[in-house]
Design a protein around this ligand. Sequence first.
Ligand code: AMP
Length: 281
Amino acid sequence: MRVVKTVREMQALSETLRKEKRIGFVPTMGYLHEGHLALVRKAREISDIVVVSIFVNPMQFGPAEDLSRYPRDFERDAQLLETEKTDIIFFPEAGDVYPEGYSTQVEVKGLEDYLCGKTRTGHFVGVATVVNKLFNIVKPHYAVFGQKDYQQLKIIEKMVRDLNMDLEVVPYPTIREAGGLAMSSRNTYLSPEEREKALLIYASMKKAEELFVRGERNASIIREEVRKVLSLKEGINIEYISISHADTLKELEEIPGKALLAIACRVGKTRLIDNTTLMEA
Ligand code: AMP
């Protein structure tokens, strides 16, 4: 496994590799967990060379967000990636990715108006910009993204289509802990009690799925039932409970054959997101 720390070296290496090998890429912000590793295994399965980037992208954090305290542990990440037979870790410095005078942004209009985009101003511009840059640097054939960050996945898919990027975005299902909590690097912020409360997020999605399977198609009713489950314990601050079109992310009143249920809430100071697809069998 090779650790590449500069944009120039990564770009030169990818240029050579791409001529004969299929490059699979997993962009991450590090502090890896089983969710990330599942993406790496998927990349391993479909490509010859697996590149994982570890970069806590300052552009996607708002001024009041957790950029400085975001968990980091490169040595641990490197060991985990070695075990998963990663070929290359791309681990650049922020000053190399955004040098002095940097001023270009990528905005995927429309999809960012919903869900997390409403409160996290500029977040998805930061995400689209850095992913675009990483694609130009790593030059992958495949890029694997988790459905855990559903809106991010949709925005990247659209960016790739709109800009005719020559690669395939490969979605991967959400990996959960035993009680159903979606794995996230931010889960480390949770105290044991908060972790217990956070299980209600999964329970509320299960409730919604159950109602949907029983034939409920009124989105307001399902949203209200989700809210009730999330309110079973004190201390969950709901940011949104959304039932939306799975492609456009537009809020729905009447659910057709398929919809996205997405939730964002704060448990203590920690912001958590999760989602599930409500779909007719
Ligand atoms: P992050 O390090 O949080 O930026 O995430 C890097 C990639 O891992 C993104 O494509 C995420 O959607 C994906 N990811 C994060 N958590 C999970 C999870 N629990 N299951 C599957 N993929 C995940």
